[in-house]
Design a protein around this ligand. Structure first.
Ligand SMILES: *Cc1c(COP(=O)(O)O)cnc(C)c1O
Length: 365
């Protein structure tokens, strides 16, 4: 049995891959692979409409929000967001509020500074450890008087820090949900914009999901490329340019799979149980530690360290022999990281815990 703990591109449900394999050469009797279809033909249009419809249903996206399928990933959205929203303000450069809670926030902030006056309202590195391991309490945030929006990253994939609350602010919240979308229930109306790359919890790399409130369309700065102007994309139903058709098809199969599991609420329950299993084991162990403040630990990405780091290589190679793959931590953090997205069954987390325990027994003095 193989369990893949990659942070992204990440594990997909086996059922989805099997269905894609079965339909690879001939989709539903069309005689074509989805990869070979015109994006404007009836077959692909039905795939896109179905994917959009199911995503809307899974997240209960209100009618006054558009769902866009774009390209470029979340990193492109780091520029696309300010290019589309800074123009909400008549005075330029507009003020753009950002919360800095981890490596992905840092990248978003750096990019946004090209398009507006970025105000970092809170920096989690002000923690005594100097590291990203907490979320500063919203009462301490230095919000601007007149920001175009407030940006945050709901789950810091690299650092393992996740919001378990939604801040209350007077401006639209723009959320990078790349690694937490569909892992837990959300109230879409709490946000102005939700975006994320697909390759963590949804499907293959190449597809970017954007969910945007309609009143936030139509304010793009003149410098914004047409293909990245949310209004242009929305007006053309994600067909202004050729969309990433095969990635949309796989995402659509994943949405159907989530529905068969009982929807986001059912997956959230399992995700809570999976995370508790792993964190409880780590906290009770003698060999391993997680350094993230308990109230903001990520359910999706669990970074941990061996207290004796000289055992790192032995840990990784023994894990690999057992089929527990891609556990090495991000280079900027070190140690280990287990990403346990929707498609990771609880059996995979149990297998990891069992292995960690055996490894600890073998290496305790
Ligand atoms: C993976 C990730 C990104 C980067 O996505 P790309 O597809 O490489 O652009 C950005 N933000 C978060 C939170 C991520 O997990």
């Amino acid at each position: 049995m193989i369990y893949n703990f990659s942070a992204g591109p990440a594990v997909l449900p086996k059922e989805v891959l099997q269905q894609a394999a079965a339909e690879m050469l001939d989709w539903h009797g069309s005689g074509m692979s989805v990869m070979e279809m015109s994006h404007r033909g009836a077959e692909f249009m039905s795939i896109l409409a179905d994917a959009q419809h199911n995503l809307r249903e899974l997240l209960a996206v209100p009618d006054n929000y558009k769902i866009l399928f774009m390209q470029g990933g979340a990193i492109a959205q780091n520029a696309i967001v300010p290019m589309n929203l800074a123009g909400v303000k008549t005075e330029q450069p507009a003020t753009l509020d950002y919360v800095c809670t981890g490596s992905w926030s840092v990248k978003s902030i750096k990019e946004a500074a090209k398009y507006g006056r970025v105000q970092v309202v809170a920096d989690a590195r002000n923690h005594p450890s100097g590291k990203f391991c907490s979320i500063p309490v919203p009462d301490s945030w230095q919000l601007s008087a007149d920001a175009a929006y407030l940006h945050l990253c709901t789950n810091e994939t690299i650092d393992g820090v996740e919001y378990h609350f939604v801040p209350r602010v007077n401006v639209p919240i723009v959320a990078d949900m790349s690694s937490s979308i569909l892992s837990r229930q959300i109230n879409v109306a709490d946000y102005g914009v939700i975006y994320g790359g697909a390759q963590k919890n949804i499907g293959p790399a190449g597809l970017t999901i954007v969910i945007v409130r309609e009143d936030l369309l139509g304010h793009a700065l003149p410098c914004c490329p047409s293909a990245f102007n949310w209004k242009t994309v929305a007006d053309n139903d994600s067909m202004f340019n050729t969309p990433p058709t095969y990635a949309i098809y796989i995402a659509g199969l994943v949405f159907q799979w989530i529905k068969r599991q009982g929807g986001v609420a059912a997956l959230e329950k399992i995700n809570i149980a999976k995370a508790a299993l792993l964190y409880d084991y780590i906290d009770g162990s003698t060999l391993y530690e997680n350094r993230i403040q308990k109230d903001c630990r990520s359910r999706m990405n669990v970074p941990f360290f061996l207290r004796d780091e000289s055992l790192n290589a032995a840990f990784l190679s023994a894990a690999k022999v057992l089929g527990l793959l891609q556990l090495k931590g991000h280079s900027s953090v070190g140690g280990m990281r287990a990403s346990i997205y929707n498609a990771m069954p609880i059996e995979g987390v149990q297998a990891l815990v069992n292995f960690m325990h055996e490894f600890q027994q073998q290496h305790s003095r």
